[in-house]
Design a protein around this ligand. Sequence first.
Ligand SMILES: [Zn+2]
Ligand SMILES: [Zn+2]
Length: 304
Amino acid sequence: MKSEENTEKQKSVISSYFGCILLVLKHVLNVWGLYTTSFYENSQLSILYYLRAIAFCLWVLLSTCQFRTSFSDPGEVHQKSVPIKLQLVHEMYGRKCKKCNSWKPPRAHHCKRCNKCFFKMDHHCDWENNCIGAQNQKYFVLFLLYQLLYILTSLSIHTIGIYDYCMKSKRKILPMLMTITTTKCQILSILLFSFFFIVFVSQMLWDQISAIRDNQTVVESRQGKFGRQQSFMNNFKQVFGDQAWYHWLLPTKPILKINYAELVYSEELINQGTQYLEDVIYDETNPASIHFAEFMLDNYAKQK
Ligand SMILES: [Zn+2]
Ligand SMILES: [Zn+2]
């Protein structure tokens, strides 16, 4: 048992080193990308000047979002025992994580890499060296958005810069690119990286938008379960916070209503369209709450 624990700890340490390397690599690539946009400084085109200013702003935003994604708490579950009210429906709410030795709410999952339980854990991201969960998903989605816009802006700068250079020097693009110089090697490499990351980042961003739309984490999608189905705006506010709209675009801390009583449902149950269980149980002003909980208990007692 102890050797198993040691192997898991070793794996966790190795993955954390691997994550740190990826984190630094991503940062170096972004700074290098920013540096290569300075190759067209001699161009007289004013659009290149504006695009470089935009690229710099996007780089600041994406770096801040990345920092907050990597170093914020994804939503660690601190509660050691099941809240008394929820104990009434213990079979649904009484899950316990054997590794953390604490209560595991229905939408919490244990990450083997971080060795902690996180509320609405989506996935463990090697590029961020952290888990993505309820409390840092906003930073992660914003990071993907700004990263994509940054790559597209850099690509536009290179495309316009190369075209402008060829027009002025009356040289054709392909033969010009074929003559090897350090600058051209750097431009070609950055273009290759850009195309790769456009596909990669767009796919991840789309996955995140779909996850918010469906109120479903990656872990839940593997289990075929969903959170309660509500409007996109309500789901969006659960991730980005119920605040003024400009906060949604900035890496500010989202004001979230964390409800550990939230449940996951199969598609079949959702299609039946009944009232959501967590509402009935969690509503302290609703006198039906206790009756409902008692009814649930009776029901379970009869099943046994
Ligand atoms: Zn756990
Ligand atoms: Zn993790």
